[in-house]
Ligand binder design. Structure first.
Ligand SMILES: *Cc1c(COP(=O)(O)O)cnc(C)c1O
Length: 223
């Protein structure tokens, strides 16, 4: 527990006074590690694989807010939508349609962030910046999908300063969309920043950061 506590104390110095939500990214870690994070008072947990998420949920307290942060396949939508607090990775209209369809069946409203491929990387999921507005206008008529904001995963760089302009661009997009007051679209969450670059992301306007390695240490296998 000690190292997790120490790591969190350091992170908290950057979050304090700013109302930023810390999502602890618990992917690949066993339930025993998640329990330590929970015992320190944290309730926002991020996972990126449906199967792993579904295995962990029943083993942990019910007041955890689960964040789904990985690419979500359409055939898995029905398995997670009534179990997660927020999907960070809404990355296509086809996925939005599936969420609306399954949300209607289960009679639940699904909260989601639109994932934006802000650096236009070939290898990344997410909408291109210029596609976001028309996407939002389309999904604003979906009663079972509630858009809460935007999310991005910027390039994996050594020096986080290299990502500053991407974070700033996403923030500008977030503010521009908020000004348009689209029905059923809320711009209240800007999810950006990971272990390596969260301080820069916060300086550029993040309201939610997703940190794994910086809390739990390096993962034994990639995920
Ligand atoms: C793994 C992951 C993180 C956390 O990454 P760290 O570098 O370990 O902090 C954040 N966001 C997403 C989408 C991830 O997949």
């Amino acid at each position: 527990m000690e190292y997790i506590k120490k790591n969190l104390e350091k992170i908290e110095q950057h979050l304090s006074h700013q109302n930023i939500t810390l999502v602890g990214v618990t992917k690949t870690w066993p339930v025993s590690e998640l329990e330590k994070f929970y015992a320190l008072g944290y309730r926002d947990f991020g996972e990126n694989k449906v199967q792993e998420l579904l295995e962990k949920i029943p083993q942990l307290p019910k007041d955890i807010r689960w964040h789904f942060i990985g690419h979500l396949q359409r055939n898995k939508v029905k398995d997670v939508i009534d179990k997660v607090h927020l999907i960070h990775s809404l990355d296509s209209l086809r996925l939005a349609k599936e969420i609306e369809k399954e949300g209607r069946k289960k009679n639940c409203i699904v909260n989601a962030l639109v994932q934006v491929n802000i650096a236009g990387e070939e290898s990344k999921f997410g909408l291109q910046e210029q596609e976001v507005l028309s996407f939002l206008e389309e999904v604003s008529s979906y009663p079972h999908l509630k858009i809460k904001g935007l999310m991005t995963i910027p390039p994996n760089v050594k020096n986080p300063e290299e990502n500053r302009s991407f974070f700033a661009n996403l923030y500008n997009l977030y503010v521009d969309i908020a000004k348009k007051s689209i029905d059923n679209v809320d711009m209240s969450i800007l999810s950006m920043g990971m272990s390596n670059d969260y301080t820069v992301a916060i300086e550029e306007g993040a309201t939610m950061v997703r940190i794994g390695t910086g809390i739990f240490g390096s993962r034994k296998y990639s995920n």
